[in-house]
Design a protein around this ligand. Structure first.
Ligand code: XMP
Length: 322
């Protein structure tokens, strides 16, 4: 009979055995639940000999860096290095509008930044182990390989190059998502991390339709924060799979705000219900909630003068717009 507590104990023992008395490990944190729980387990097992690396690529939502730097660290005592790579990513993305190209650039830059962090750490000590939050379904999927059509080149923060000189530590390999969440709670991680909805590795970079710039990111972050706040207030977080907010940065429409004519941008709300993200239905959010989100975004975010709702299921639409 596997209880959550016995899974934790068992994994801690296995990690200690794998890493040994004086081995050191690195873990790339994304802000998501899998890497956070994997890191928290390894921290319990080897303490200070684990160093977590968090790359701020500037494509995060409001408050996400704090969630990792303050809340996750407070809950676990993990040793954390944050790399501020915001400018580097903006430079690399300048002028790029094609979705696949954005994904490739973000993935490539992430690996470069992580490799540099890894070299810096290796100069200080013998870091031989790399912690990854691989889950059981990932293991099955990559082993099964029936090759479903590759619709988007997914970039996960765990998606590191294969030539890294590391031995992998994967304490979640036998677990499903709901078990991972229970382990996270057992380890005392904040609810905001344990129950975080999916968020793509390339972040807001693929939710700006058009070129990614610092101003556009600020606009989208503000609109996204309002939508998330209102969904949380309405108690809907557990009912929806996720609700991307998408900025149509190259589209403008005429509006009237206050006494004046505006020529601003629309944002799209994309609330979806799903079991596994392979298929999804658009969520019938209550009109009052939609109204509050729309009113607040158009009042509080100067560049946005229109809020529209995406009522497409998947298929034919994907969840993200890019
Ligand atoms: P799509 O847009 O393909 O998204 O219907 C399915 C799910 O995957 C998430 N997603 C990603 N996650 N890296 C990720 O880690 C990515 O590049 C990526 N692209 C999409 C998306 O948010 C949804 O939950």
């Amino acid at each position: 009979q596997w209880t959550t507590a016995s899974i934790v104990e068992d994994q801690i023992a296995r990690i200690r055995e794998q890493i040994g008395e004086d081995g050191r490990a690195i873990c790339a944190l994304s802000g998501g639940v899998d890497s956070a729980v994997a890191a928290a387990l390894v921290q319990r097992a080897i303490g200070e000999r684990l160093t977590c690396v968090f790359v701020d690529h500037g494509l995060l939502r409001r408050g996400e860096r704090t969630q990792v730097e303050r809340d996750f660290v407070a809950a676990t005592g993990v040793k954390l290095v944050t790399v501020d790579a915001r400018e580097r990513f903006l430079d690399a993305l300048a002028g790029v509008t094609d979705p696949e190209q954005k994904r490739k650039i973000i993935g490539r830059e992430f690996i470069r930044v992580f490799e540099q962090a890894e070299r810096d750490l290796k100069a200080e000590g013998d870091y031989r182990f790399l912690v990854q939050g691989t889950l059981y379904p990932d293991v099955v999927e990559s082993g099964g390989g029936t090759g479903a059509a590759n619709i988007k080149s997914h970039h996960n923060v765990g998606g590191l190059p294969e030539d890294l000189q590391f031995e992998l530590v994967e304490p979640l390999r036998l677990l499903f998502k709901d078990e991972v969440r229970r382990v996270g709670l057992e380890l005392g991680l904040p609810e905001t991390i344990v129950h975080r909805q999916p968020f793509p590795g390339p972040g807001l970079g693929i939710r700006i339709i058009g070129e990614v710039t610092a101003d556009r990111l600020e606009t989208l972050r503000a609109a996204d924060a309002i939508a998330r706040e209102e969904l949380t207030t309405a108690g809907l977080d557990r009912d929806i799979w996720q609700c991307p907010v998408v900025l149509l940065a190259d589209v403008r429409s005429v509006g009237v705000q206050g006494d004046g004519r505006t020529y601003g941008h629309p944002v799209v709300l994309r609330p979806v219900s799903s079991e596994d993200a392979m298929t999804a239905d658009w969520t019938r959010l209550p009109y009052e909630v939609l109204e509050r989100i729309s009113t607040r975004i158009t009042n509080e975010v100067a560049e946005v003068n229109r809020v529209v709702l995406d009522v497409t299921s998947k298929p034919p639409g994907t969840i993200e717009w890019e």
